[in-house]
Ligand binder design. Structure first.
Ligand code: GLN
Length: 453
């Protein structure tokens, strides 16, 4: 813990941590030592962890990367983080993220962008760590924590994991409790871990997962010992390669790595088959209707009365307007406008209801391939390696949304997905492959990911 605490302090230029809880970490580590000495060590005893700023942490400032929460200090702890502490993990601090987890580069955070520890070979230009869990990905990659929590609504664990050469898993919707996680789009949001190895990710997910009476969408199913799945044989597993993910103009390095990954799985005894997920092309438009719709509703609570900042006005309506105009950044405002538009009378059926129907079709695509005996789908995690800070954020917002092309289907269908480092680009940047599994079969993903790792 001491060495992580000092590393965290020395690496402030990355802007990964937005709150450092060094004193708390050392106190928790001392308690850990006592438990180890008395033979009562938990499964994560003494493991130093960083927490994405979307998780409420009791007594520790939580902002979701937004000015609107100001200096908000939650009076309670999220279920996922409380389970980590229950098992002996030590909290190092809070990690930066895109504002309300909206973004794919960590550039929308009100607390400033996160800088990836990676650089293109022969080029010192700073790169994004991906988003929205950019602080978590950068901190794990730069050895500023042993593991971190993330949230994934449309790829925010898997895409930054791919950009930083770390392992990130979004479990099945309902696997982890959302209690105490600041809501972005409630029907898509899931928590999951970032780690440097598949095994570490398995150990962390075991602690984070589980039924919680405080989240009605969490699922009451036993949490398996995921660590047992790491290293298990993948012989006879059927892996699907979706033809619709072979996009025209796909980065040849990504395409090459995808083929290589399939070969490694074949060499390990898996069977690789071509499959079709015919509604894939509608996933991004459906996601960018459903997610903003839910977000606009979830963000209605930031009214200057209950949390964080308040900017006065002549009357209460003007106070709301002033507070929300000052508190929300441009990307969040854009999403609220899209969300309220697609939910408004007259457009609701044309956009929101249509997007929900598309969502069902996307889920059925996966049901159909699973019914054919496919155990997991192999696809790239991102369409390209990490890009430069400022490179895409100044362009058309849609260009940033295209980053999520391989990840959003998984959230729309509620499935588990893991991103695992699979190789390097010609410029020596990490590249990630994604495995998508059947509902509640995270174990299969851990076994397959270990072959690729
Ligand atoms: N980039 C996507 C978005 O901005 C996904 C973000 C996430 O998973 N939280 O909505």
């Amino acid at each position: 813990t001491e060495s992580y605490v000092s590393a965290m302090g020395e690496a402030r230029t990355l802007n990964a941590y937005v709150v450092e809880t060094a004193e708390k970490a050392l106190a928790m580590a001392a308690k850990s030592d006592e438990r180890i000495q008395s033979g009562e060590a938990g499964k994560l005893e003494g493991l130093p962890i960083g927490v994405k700023d979307m998780f409420c942490t009791e007594g520790v400032r939580t902002t979701a990367g937004s000015n609107i929460l100001g200096e908000f200090v939650p009076p309670y702890e999220s279920t996922v983080t409380s389970q980590l502490w229950r098992d002996g993990a030590v909290m190092l601090g809070k990690l930066n993220n895109d504002e309300f987890a909206m973004g794919s580069s960590n550039e929308t955070s009100a607390l400033g962008p996160v800088v990836s520890p990676w650089r293109r070979e022969g080029d010192s230009a700073p790169l994004v760590p991906g988003g929205s869990s950019g602080g978590s990905a950068a901190a794990v990659a730069a050895y500023l924590c042993a593991g971190a929590t993330g949230t994934d609504t449309g790829g925010s664990i898997r895409q930054p994991a791919a950009f930083t050469g770390t392992v990130g898993i979004k479990p099945t919707y309902g696997r982890c409790s959302r209690f105490g996680i600041i809501a972005y789009a409630s029907s898509l949001d899931q928590a999951g871990p970032f780690a440097r190895t598949v095994n570490d990710a398995a150990v962390l997910l075991r602690s984070m997962a589980g039924y919680d009476v405080k989240d009605s969408t969490s699922v009451n199913r036993a949490v398996p010992d995921y660590e047992d799945a790491v290293g298990a044989s993948v012989k006879g597993k059927k892996i699907g390669i979706p033809r619709e993910y072979r996009l025209e103009g796909l980065d040849p390095e990504i395409a090459g790595m995808w083929e290589e990954g399939a070969q490694w799985l074949r060499d390990a005894g898996a069977e690789v088959v071509d499959i079709s997920l015919p509604h894939t092309k509608y996933a991004l438009p459906a996601y960018y209707i459903v997610a903003p719709a839910e977000a606009s509703s979830n963000l209605a609570r930031y009214d200057g009365v209950r949390y964080g900042v308040r900017v006065p006005g002549r009357d209460v309506v003007e106070m709301y307007e002033n507070t929300r105009a000052a508190g929300f950044g441009p990307e969040v405002r854009r999403r609220i406008m899209i969300g309220t538009y697609v939910l408004s009378a007259g457009y609701y059926d044309a956009y929101y209801v249509k997007a929900q129907k598309v969502r069902t079709l996307i889920k059925r695509d996966f049901d159909d391939v699973f019914a054919l005996g496919v155990d997991a789908v192999l696809a790239p995690a991102t369409p390209s390696p990490a890009f430069g800070i400022g490179e895409k954020s100044h362009a058309d917002p849609v260009e940033m949304y295209l980053q999520d092309i391989f990840t959003v289907t998984v959230n729309l269908a509620g499935l588990p997905g893991i991103s695992v480092p699979a190789g390097f680009s010609g410029k020596n940047l990490p590249l990630g492959l994604q495995l998508i599994g059947r509902p509640f079969e995270e174990e299969t993903l851990f076994s397959l990911a270990q072959v690729i790792e």
